[in-house]
Design a protein. Structure first.
Length: 143
């Protein structure tokens, strides 16, 4: 069964996605980052080319020819993935395809609306019996 981790209280969801993608990639885990719209996908794409400052995170879109061999994939309106290890979700609602992954990370911002949507997603997973963990980033520096 899919394991679900919530990272809450971040002031920069895209940077948090980069940090978690880098950490997973360094551990040999392949990542799919689910984005809710074209603007978010494009912004994350640009940030991944600059993160970390001394390098970049190899990535592409999930429908690119290189997707099978690329450690981090960006997804928007796509449900075909070459690997199913880790989904980092930036969606406001639970993605329909989440259960295809071994692990899901839900990133929740610090603002009231995103927190409320995050609580709804947490309840969704909890009510269905998924194993949940929570990491509060509000006391950490989100750089």
């Amino acid at each position: 069964m899919t394991k679900v981790d919530f990272y809450t209280g971040t002031t920069d969801k895209l940077r948090t996605a980069c940090q978690l993608s880098q950490k997973a990639m360094q551990s040999g885990v392949r990542v799919v980052v689910g984005t809710p719209d074209a603007n978010t996908c494009e912004s994350l794409d640009k940030l991944l080319w600059q993160y970390p400052l001394t390098s970049f995170i190899p990535h592409c879109r999930s429908n690119d020819d290189e997707a099978e061999s690329t450690p981090v994939l960006l997804v928007q309106d796509e449900e075909r993935f070459p690997h199913h290890e880790l989904l980092i979700s930036l969606h406001p609602d639970t993605p329909s395809y989440f259960s295809r992954f071994e692990r899901v990370i839900e990133i929740v911002g610090a603002d009231a609306e995103d927190s409320a949507r995050g609580r709804a997603r947490f309840k969704f997973y909890r009510d269905r019996g998924y194993e949940l963990r929570h990491f509060d980033l509000s006391s950490k520096t989100n750089t």
